[in-house]
Design a protein around this ligand. Structure first.
Ligand code: FO1
Length: 319
């Protein structure tokens, strides 16, 4: 079976680990990763979501944190601080730095981000084909108003420095309108037997991937069933601050509202947590097959069970 999954960072990566545990060696998984969170720091290109997927599936992730490398050290960051060079609020460890150095060196030499990602994955062997959504630069910016007035900040500044404590007034994936899907993205979607939306952020992760012209259209037109898993349980994000960015696009932070926002033109099936069983009927009324199952990714086996439920629902709704 050919499975395509659109994925953001931590939630997407953890779901993919369960998916890998649920499928067999004959199944092929292609992951289309969000690159709207990418940030340029110290002259280096940092791709947090691609790296989180790569490290998580490759066994190099810092498990508790969910991002960055295990057994990390922080000498470079400390040295930068001595030079008065920030940002101090973004944690790039020494081991992680090596990834950004290799990536940036290859990009400078003329390789595309997809080629670089493939090269990095030779080391990490994530067990999936990891494609960036686009080789073109896309950067999510968030419009906020604070004591400095109304301004746009990079998504990482909003998320990490400001902890999403200020209301997001608008989310803009800068560059997405002219970005092209990376090589292989549209082909993988068209050839998929199943397309999954993991419980990633529907606005700044899945939403950004879908904002690349051609990707949303390809998913909607794909012959494969499309099944999503709710990142919202009981009216709150399972982790992260998805409610903040949902408010910016006028979507309530409920499992039902997120499903309806994707809409039946895009998704055929939707999994909500058992805590949200009451929303199943409303989602089904909107033309989306819906089931309530446990959606807490407490460990790999519980996550694999979620993946099995998503694949089972895909079979039931096969177009
Ligand atoms: N998240 C944090 O909360 N604080 C950090 O300092 C931080 C650094 C960081 C460095 C590399 C990387 O790949 C991810 C990093 N993240 C950090 C996670 C990241 O900000 C977000 O969780 C994702 O971009 C959202 O998917």
């Amino acid at each position: 079976m050919r499975i395509v999954a659109l994925a953001g960072g931590i939630g997407g990566a953890r779901f993919l680990r369960g998916l890998l545990a649920a499928v067999g060696p004959q199944d092929e998984i292609t992951v289309i990763g969000n690159t709207g969170d990418d940030i340029h720091l110290y002259g280096l290109k940092v791709c947090p979501d691609l790296d989180t997927v790569m490290y998580t599936l490759g066994g190099g992730i810092h498990e508790e944190q969910g991002w960055g490398r295990t057994d990390e050290t922080w000498s470079i960051k400390a040295e930068m601080k001595e030079y008065g060079v920030g940002p101090e609020w973004f944690g790039l460890g020494d081991r992680d730095f090596a990834t950004h150095l290799v990536r940036s060196q290859m990009l400078t030499a003329g390789y595309s981000l997809s080629q670089v990602t493939e090269a990095l994955c030779v080391r990490w062997k994530p067990g999936v084909r990891l494609l960036p959504m686009s080789d073109d630069r896309v950067e999510t910016h968030v419009r906020i108003t604070d004591e400095q007035g109304t301004r746009a900040v990079h998504f990482q500044e909003y998320w990490v420095r400001l902890h999403a404590a200020v209301d997001a007034e608008a989310i803009v994936p800068v560059g997405a309108d002219t970005a092209k899907p990376a090589p292989g993205v549209l082909e993988a979607i068209a050839a998929a037997d199943v397309i999954l939306f993991p419980p990633s952020n529907p606005v700044v992760s899945i939403g950004t991937i879908l904002a690349v012209p051609g990707i949303r259209e390809a998913v909607a037109a794909a012959p494969a069933p499309v099944v999503g898993l709710s990142p919202i349980i009981g009216g709150a994000p399972v982790r992260g601050m998805a409610d903040k960015v949902l408010a910016a696009v006028g979507v309530e932070a409920t499992a039902e509202a997120v499903a309806l926002n994707y809409g039946s033109a895009l998704i055929d099936g939707w999994l909500v947590d058992t805590a949200d069983e009451a929303s199943v009927a409303a989602v089904e009324e909107a033309g989306i097959a819906c089931r309530a199952v446990p959606l807490l990714m407490t460990d790999v086996e519980a996550t694999a069970e979620m993946a099995r439920a998503a694949l089972a629902l895909a079979e039931q709704v096969r177009r």
